[in-house]
Each structure stands twice: as structure tokens, then as C-alpha cells.
Design a protein. Sequence first.
Length: 385
Amino acid sequence: MDRIVDEIVLFGLGLPLLLLAPAAPAAVAAPLLALIATGALELLDRGEGGAQRQAPASAASPVRAARFIRVARPAIAAAYLIAALAAPALAAFVPLLAYAAVAQNLGPLRFLWPAALLGAAVSGSGALAAAALLLGALACLAARRTTKVQTERASLRQWRDAVQEDRLALAERTRDLAERQDLEVSCAVLAERARIAREIHDNVGHLLTRSVLQMEALAVTHEDDPALAKELAAVGATLHEALGTVRASVHDLHDEAFDPQTTLAELIGEFPGIAGTLAFEAESLPRPVALAVVAIVREALANARTHGRATSVAVSLLEFPGFYQLAIEDNGRAANLVGEGGLGLASMEERATALGGTFSFGPLPPPRAGSRVFATFPKTQEVRP
């Protein structure tokens, strides 16, 4: 846009210079010829830049077009300058062509444009030649200044884009780190809950169980003392209630400590020689479904390693509006496990159908090699969280 403004200003300054030219038909055509030449140079310059940005390097047609433009631009400028030698009136707009030659880097024409003013000087229009020479020098300075400004703006835009890309990449890495940190904290909390549940079960639970047995033994020993037996029965009931409360608390802690995604990831890593991937996209997985999924995945991995000799497996658990979908694909031999005993397949199918779901096993469609376990679990009222 800066170049267009500069060229409009130079064109406007060239119009008064026509008054210094001798009267001739060329004086009438000079503005039109200058506009045509300058417009053609600008269009070709923009066309060359667009071809270089958009066309692939291997495309033949854009390469030929770029070569043609590189030859046509200096040819147009040179044709106008040569015409100015023969028609002194055209010298009024030589500064405009000098600006284009410098701005578009048209080679030797950046320095040879003053020669086009010799025609005006020889024909007696020395004032026109001198004014055009001065205006042309100013035009060259303006072209260099505008080119420098445009280069700095392009560099600034590139720097701004690079900073924006770095900022977005940093924000993405920050989100990934925050998610990983949240996951690690969640895993640590779940592991601590599981540890507390084990401690309560192994220590407090066993002590209360032993106390209940001792109290029952004392009650049997003192059956002949009704008052004492009544007191012992009351203490025994309290111990039974405490034991039930502890067991309920242990089960609650264990349920909260069970994370199906973490469990599946750990389960995949427990099978040496199998490179596994996990795609877990289920936000609200009911505990019965989670337990069935873990059991099916464990059995499928065992079958893939033992019977299929698989080296890689992909496990995916997806949640849909009406059901959960489990798919386990491996690259092993799709053995007829039913014919080989099939207890594992039968167990997996029973776990899926017990929750109202479906189960299937078979080879992957050609040309892929391997086997696939597929199960669905409906979001029925019984298994909703």
C-alpha cells in the first residue's frame, strides 16, 4: 500500500512537468502510457510473489510463469525509458519508472534511468530534464525507504508469528504438565487410599475380629451368670457393629482407590514382550462395568501372548450415549481358542452378557493380520454410576 501511495504522488508531480515539455501528441499520451507501464509492473510484481508463495517447487507451469515475469518487468520499464528518449514529453514520468525500478529491484535500470532524460535535454527541454532528474532522485530515495519499511514490517510479522507460535506451544506444554501433575496427584491419592484400606483391614479388622471371638467365648463361659452374660452380649454387639463399620469403610476406600484407566494402563505393562497402547475415553464408568472390562482385558492379553504369540496390542474403551465399547486388537495369530478349550473366551463372554452386553472374537479383516476382541456394555439402570 505504501508503494501505491508513493506512485500516486509521483504521478501527480509528473503532471505539472508536462508543462515544461514541448507541445506534441506524446504529451497527451504520456500520462496514459505511464499509468499502463506502472500498473503492469505492479501487477507482474505481485503475480510473481504470489506464484512463489503458493506454487510447489516441482510445478512446471508456475516456474515458467515466474521466469516470464522476471523478464517482462525490466522489459516494460526499459521500453518506456527508451520511448522517453524519442518523446521528451514522456520524461515527465521517468521518476515514476525510476521509483518502480528501485522498489522492484529491476537490475541495471535502477541506475540507467537518468539516460532517458537525454532526449529532453537535447531537444531543448533542459528545465524538464533537470526537474525530472531531481524528482527521480527523490523517487529513488523514497523507494528505498518504502522497501526498507516493508522489509521491517515483514520481519516484524514473522517475529510476531514466531512469538505467537511459541506462546501457543508453551501454553499447550503447560496444559500437558498440569494434566500430568493432576494425574500423578490423583494416582498418589488413590494409592494412599488403597494403602490405608489394607492397613485397616489387616490390623484393625483382625483385632476387632479377635475381640469378637474372645467376647463370644466369655459369653459361653459365663452362661450361668445372667447379669454378666447380658453385659457381655451388649459389648459383643458393639464389637460386631464396629467390625461392620470398619469393613464398610474399607470397602468404600477400596472402591474410591480403584481407577479403571490406571488399572488398565498398569495391566498392559504387566505383559512382557507385548507393546500395548490404551485409548480411554469414558468419563463415568460404573464399577461393575469397570471390573468386567479389567477382567476381559486381562484374559485377552493372556490369550494374545499365549495362543496368538502377539507382540503388540491396542486397547480402546469408548463411551457412547447408550453404551460402552471395548475393543482389543493384537497382531498375533487368530487362533481358534474355542476349539483349544476356550475357557478364557467363555469367561469373557459371561462377564459381558451378565451386564446385558455383547461379546465377539475373531480375526481382523484383511489385509490386517491379528485378532480382535469386541464387547459392549449398555448403560442400563443397573450399571449406571
